[in-house]
Structure formats: C-alpha cells, structure tokens
Design a protein around this ligand. Sequence first.
Ligand SMILES: [Zn+2]
Length: 195
Amino acid sequence: MGVYCERIVDLEATAADAPRLATRIIDWLVAEHILTRELSRDRMYSDYAAEGYVPGPNWQAITGADWGNGPVAIALGRNIFVEGQGSDTPAHATCPACRTDTVVIDYPGGSWEPDREIWAPFAAALSTWRTTGAATATCPTCTAATSVTDWRWSSDFTLSCLAFEFWNWPPLTDAFHQELAARLGHPLRRQVVKL
Ligand SMILES: [Zn+2]
C-alpha cells in the first residue's frame, strides 16, 4: 500500500496562538500515552515539518483499527493545505463580494489541470500572505480586492496556521475529532493525503 496521511486542519487558529495550542494538544496526547515526546522522521513525508512525535503504547485508543502508524507532525506558520494527491490549486475560488466562482480547474469541461494564467494572481497573493500575513486577491469578475483569508476556495483547499498530520495511522475516530475540536475551541477540517 502507499503512504497515507490523515491531516486535521484548524480553521481558526491564528499564527500567534498556534504554537501554544499545539503544545496543549501534544501535552494531552502524551499524558494519554497516545504519543511520546520522542521525535522521528521515519515513514513520514510532510511538507510542513521535518519530524513528528512517535506513537505511545495507547495509540489505538483514537483509531478504529490496529494496522500500524508513524509519527504525528505539527504544521505551524501560515500554510496552504490541499487534499488529495498532486494538485496545488483549488478547483475554484469564490469572490466574497460578488459570489462568482472563478474556475481554476475546469473539471466539467474535461480538464484535470489548473489554468495557470487564471491562477497566477491568486498564487502571488497567497505567497504574499504566507510571508506577511496580509494580501488581497482581485476578482476577475467584479474587480473587488478582498483578503485571501476571506475568499472561499473549493473544499479541498484550506489556508491555516495549525494542522496535525497523522502519518500512516488508521482512520481516527469521530470521538477523537470531536475532543480535539473541543480542546482547540475551533472548527476543524479533515483531509486525507495519499502519496
Ligand atoms: Zn467578485
């Protein structure tokens, strides 16, 4: 089988709050013996962290199966998380001002590749956001310039300052997702990544 990662993205953590929130969650998971404080890069391929936390003896408590696991990586800083494999753009971007969808990947038109000309100004704005924390993208339809954090993207594309990547863990239970959301105090989005 290939490499599988379940990524849990915090949709509201700020760059300033994320390190403290991550520490709180790691402390909880270590106390429950789900993780240890040992770090490893074995069997993980994160774009966002060089190492992850090694599972502890009680790791199965938050999964529905027992077929093995790898490290848990923490993604801090302003990042863009894309579900699935390969793509680095959303299928569409929705303008907050006029609600028009700018189509980036025209799946209904039979395309599986992003239109790089359409995507280029969004990519530039997102790059600025990652560096500075603030950037606007201009709507091709109504010409309104809106913060990239207010644009709506297709559901597989998420901007966030905090994510947890469970490398090669079995699917995590709904109860775990609910408790994690409660402890973070934020809505979460679950993404599956296959390499
Ligand atoms: Zn617009």
